[in-house]
Design a binder for this molecule. Structure first.
Ligand code: ZN
Length: 479
């Protein structure tokens, strides 16, 4: 169940409380590197992976010795050995780390420190906690970090340390302070993701409409709107599944051939590295390209959908779906993953901020499919395959998804009414504020309001605090 009735403040906006009228946006730009630059990128990503694995192994030793993993100490120790220890020397006895910029080997410590603190926090709060895992070549995301003072961006050229000028496929989209950058690989393409602190007037986008729309995310139609419109998703995975299986099979045949030559049957023993043939490399690239394409099609569809929803409405209502729980259902997992619910949720949250929408999240236990949107009474059991049903009380015939979307819209409208009855704090707040409202119809709705205040930022803090106090008083009333 969602955590009680505590106001939930969404992380992208947390920094707004510091009275900064800016927003962090990331622009991912395709790079056009030379083969030499690609080789450096691959080595830098490999360095990042190897240092991560070293730091993870060492911190696991610390935990085994009943110590708290201490990244500062580990980094110090690493710095002491990284140019001298034989594990970090190349075949000629030279310290190869000198050829890679230090950001690539310093960042894993920061990442791991954050991962551990998240882990211990989850443990303390007795939530499920997951330890980090070792990164495996070819199985993990290849990327490395570049600090903001180490890169220079002008037009379609970025200057990266140790690499020099790299051509970008497009210039950086936003003006603003560059916070950091990450170079990462997707199949055989390299990308530069630049995190920019964008001024509010640039980040803010204008809406075209003021509707209130309920959105039911589903499998048969990716999204059903409360006006009855059904939006079919591209289902890229389903379309590519045949090709994916063929390429997968070819890869495993090549692996089997390599194993046969090495006379290994069953799983490959630890520490054994099979020679990789040129054809196997080519095959895995083809497979990776297909996966990249699937992800791209899915992302493109979701971007268009979420932009449209935020642009046309002042309020978008979605179910706060338990995506992880749904993915555990083997029958639907693939179809659900193919729509990309999680990514939808992420995109709509940050776009709501840019378009100043109110995002309403209906409690995941709210029976949006089972309530009759005509008479409001509850239908008994509704099987997951029943696409339409008739209300036993008022004889209304309902399309399952449209009915759910209409219910979500209703829920939001009543929540909005309930909220406007509260003492109103100044709307000039830059906080992304969230409030949970319990409804008589049996459900809870969380309203997340993203609004921008006056340009000069004066009095922002005070207003934000006032608004929070209103939420506090709601909380105490509910108790
Ligand atoms: Zn009815």
């Amino acid at each position: 169940m969602c955590k009680g009735t505590r106001p939930r403040i969404f992380s992208p906006t947390e920094r707004f409380s510091q009275n900064l009228l800016t927003m962090m946006l990331a622009h991912r730009i395709r790079l056009a590197p030379t083969p030499g630059q690609c080789a450096y990128f691959a080595r830098a990503a490999g360095t990042m992976r190897r240092v991560w694995n070293w730091a993870l192994a060492e911190s696991l030793h610390q935990i085994a010795d009943q110590q708290h993993p201490n990244m500062m100490a580990l980094k110090k120790r690493f710095n002491a050995i990284k140019y001298t220890h034989r594990d970090w020397l190349d075949n000629e006895g030279q310290p190869w780390l000198r050829t890679i910029h230090r950001d690539a080997h310093a960042q894993p410590f920061a990442n791991l420190a954050r991962a551990w603190s998240r882990y211990f926090k989850a443990m303390r709060e007795s939530r499920p906690a997951y330890r980090r895992v070792f990164k495996k070549k070819g199985r993990c995301r290849d990327s490395f970090y570049v600090a903001n003072d180490k890169l220079r961006l002008t037009g379609k050229v970025v200057v990266l340390p140790k690499v020099g000028q790299v051509v970008l496929r497009e210039p950086l989209r936003w003006p603003g302070r560059i916070v950091s950058a990450t170079v990462s690989r997707e199949a055989d393409h390299w990308f530069l993701a630049v995190l920019v602190d964008v001024p509010e007037r640039v980040a803010r986008l204008r809406r075209r409409g003021n509707g209130i729309t309920g959105v039911d995310l589903g499998v048969s139609a990716a999204a059903t709107l409360s006006n009855g419109e059904k939006i079919a998703g591209p289902r890229p995975l389903k379309a590519a599944l045949r090709r994916l299986r063929i390429r997968d099979r070819r890869q495993s045949r090549k692996l089997k051939a390599a194993k046969d030559i090495a006379r290994i049957s069953g799983s490959i023993p630890k520490g054994v590295r099979l020679p990789v043939s040129a054809n196997r490399t080519k095959g895995s690239l083809r497979l990776a390209r297909l996966h990249a394409r699937i992800a791209r099609v899915r992302r493109d569809f979701l971007h268009k959908l979420t932009t449209r929803l935020c642009r046309e409405n002042q309020m978008v209502v979605i179910e706060d779906l338990n995506v992880k729980g749904m993915l555990a259902n083997a029958r639907f997992a693939r179809a659900i993953a193919d729509v990309g619910f999680y990514e939808f949720r992420r995109q709509i949250a940050y776009k709501a901020q840019r378009y100043s929408n109110i995002l309403a999240l209906a409690d995941r236990w709210y029976p949006s499919s089972k309530l009759c949107s005509s008479c409001g009474r509850r239908h008994g059991e509704l099987g997951i395959s029943e696409r339409s049903w008739t209300c036993l009380h008022c004889n209304a015939r309902h399309d399952r998804d449209v009915n759910a979307a209409v219910n979500l819209q209703r829920l939001a409208t009543s929540a909005l009414a309930a909220q406007s009855a509260l003492p109103v704090a100044s709307p000039a707040t830059t906080l992304g504020t969230a409030v949970d409202i319990m409804l008589e119809v049996g459900g809870k709705v969380t309203l997340v309001r993203y609004e921008y205040g006056q340009q000069d930022g004066s009095g922002q803090e005070k207003n934000a605090l006032a608004l929070l106090r209103v939420f506090e008083s709601i909380r105490s009333e509910e108790r």
